[in-house]
Write a protein that binds this ligand. Sequence first.
Ligand SMILES: Cc1cc2nc3c(=O)[nH]c(=O)nc-3n(C[C@H](O)[C@H](O)[C@H](O)COP(=O)(O)OP(=O)(O)OC[C@H]3O[C@@H](n4cnc5c(N)ncnc54)[C@H](O)[C@@H]3O)c2cc1C
Length: 243
Amino acid sequence: MPSKLIAWTDYDADATEFLTGAEAEIRDGHSAGEELVEFAGRVCYGSFNKPNPATNTNAKYIANIKSLAHTSVFEHGTLTFLFTKVSRSLTHELIRHRHFSYSQLSQRFVVPKEGDEPVRHVTMDDEEFTMLMDAYAHAVVSYDRLLAHLTARGILAKKAKEVAREVLPNATPTNIVVTGNYIAWRHFFNVRGSEHADAAIRKEAVEAFEQAAHQSPNVFADMVVYILEDGSKAIHTHLHRAY
Ligand SMILES: Cc1cc2nc3c(=O)[nH]c(=O)nc-3n(C[C@H](O)[C@H](O)[C@H](O)COP(=O)(O)OP(=O)(O)OC[C@H]3O[C@@H](n4cnc5c(N)ncnc54)[C@H](O)[C@@H]3O)c2cc1C
C-alpha cells in the first residue's frame, strides 16, 4: 500500500489540570486526537462535567461540533501519512493543498536507481504500462547522458542533478511525508476522494481515508466509501459541507 498512517496526536488528559482522575475520560473507541478535540471544545464552554446527554460521549460531542461548524477544535488533532512510490504528478496535485506540511524525496540529491519503474497509473492496461515503461527507460538514459555531460563540464553533483532531473517524467516515483490536522484531511478526502478527481490520487485518498477513519472514527464518521460504476472507490459525506 503506497500510503501508510505513521503518526498522530497524543493527548494527556491529566496534564490539562482541568480533567483529573475519575473525570479523565477512559478512551473507548476513539483516538487521543479525538479526545483532544472534545477537550478543546469543552474549554470553550466550561462543560467538563458533561451536562448535556446529547453530547456526553466523544462520538456525540464530535458529531455536534460538526453540525455547528465549530471547526477550530478539529485543528488540534493531526495525522501524518507516508506515501511511497507515488508519481510526481500525484504529489504535484497533493501539494496544492496548502494546509498540509510536506517533506519529499529530493531529486537534487537522489538519482533514479537502475531498474526503477515508473508509477503505473491505476487506469492503465498492460500494453499502456509497457508504453510508459519504454518512455521512462528512454528518459533515464537521457538523464544519465545529461548528468555525464554536466559532470564532464565540471558541474558539481548537486548542481548537475538539479539540471539532469529536468528530463524525468511525471510518472517518476517519489516518497512524501504529509502532516495535517483533521480539518485539512477532511477537506483533502472530500476533494480528492471525489469521483471527479484523478483516479490515481482518488485511490490514494480512499486508502488513506480508510486508515484515518480506523484511527479516528468519530472525526470521519459522516464520510463513507462507495463504489463507482467502473468498480473504483470514491468518498462521500452526507454533511452539507466537509469544511
Ligand atoms: C477535480 C479537480 C480538478 C482540478 N483541476 C485543476 C486545474 O485544471 N488546474 C489547477 O490549477 N488546479 C486544479 N485543481 C486543483 C484545485 O484548484 C485546488 O488548487 C486544489 O484542489 C487544492 O484545494 P483548495 O483550493 O480547496 O485548497 P487547500 O489548499 O486544500 O485549502 C483548503 C481550503 O482553505 C481555504 N483556502 C486556502 N487557501 C486560501 C486562500 N489563499 N484564500 C482563500 N481561501 C483559502 C479554501 O476554502 C480552501 O478550499 C483541481 C482539483 C480537482 C479536485
